[in-house]
Design a protein around this ligand. Structure first.
Ligand code: SF4
Length: 232
């Protein structure tokens, strides 16, 4: 490698380009679609091109991947059997990628968030520990139910004043009915030959987890960054 004064920028560009590569299964239905806006899923399944993630967003995702890899590696080094790269379909959906399975009994989904583990001073529940996100619980439960695993854990690494880790234990059966309902909707309403599903208002508390503010489908009229970009 020739080291020039631009080597730092070149390294960053390589990281951004590699992190931005599509997975190649965009046209399929995913277990993670259960908690997304149906219109978001429909755009992807039509083969439309979303606005690209920013370098900052890509770096944030890289932290999430690294946390997942570290948790799996650490548990393996502690003597547990850890299965990674498992592919799970189920509930009529085409595919899904759970983070890892521990000792053939426990489904683990890892999440990283900028938010702290307790509600901030400005919140009416200031100081209380946050519960698990229902969307994270649904996703973990769908994998666990399909794999016939009795328990799931959503392992969350918070940020903020500190880096608290929370291990939320989930009873997958508690979410079965909801998962079946959501999966029917994804399968029935997001296909490329279907009418475009209705837009949903932004919210961080209910489905969809990502609000329109963060959505990359600028073609959608609900998106605050709306632009009549040309699909495909
Ligand atoms: S902008 Fe909002 S309504 Fe439109 S696709 Fe995105 S999340 Fe759905």
């Amino acid at each position: 490698m020739i080291v020039s004064e631009n080597v730092g920028e070149a390294l960053l560009q390589t990281l951004y380009a590699q992190r931005a590569l599509p997975r190649g299964d965009e046209l399929l239905t995913h277990v993670s679609d259960l908690t997304k806006c149906l219109r978001d899923v429909a755009y992807r399944r039509r083969g439309y091109t979303p606005a690209p993630f920013t370098p900052s967003e890509l770096a944030k995702f890289a932290i999430g991947h690294a946390y997942e890899e570290n948790a799996a590696k650490t548990l393996r080094e502690a003597g547990h059997e850890v299965q990674e790269n498992v592919v799970v379909a189920g509930f009529g959906l085409d595919t899904g990628h759970p983070d890892f399975i521990v000792d053939r009994a426990l489904l683990v989904e890892t999440k990283t968030t900028d938010g702290g583990a307790v509600y901030p001073k400005s919140h009416k529940r200031a100081g209380e520990l946050k519960e698990v996100s229902v969307n994270h619980a649904i996703q973990a439960s769908a994998y666990a139910l399909e794999l016939e695993l009795p328990k799931a854990i959503v392992l969350v690494k918070h940020a903020g004043y500190n880096h608290d880790e929370m291990a939320h234990v989930i009873e997958p059966e508690d979410y079965r009915e909801q998962i079946e309902h959501l999966a029917r909707q994804v399968v029935a309403l997001t296909g490329p030959d279907m009418p475009l599903p209705p837009a949903v208002p932004p919210s961080s508390d209910v489905v969809p987890y990502d609000s329109c503010d963060y959505c990359k489908w600028y073609i959608c009229h609900e998106n605050p960054h709306h632009a009549e970009s040309t699909p495909l």
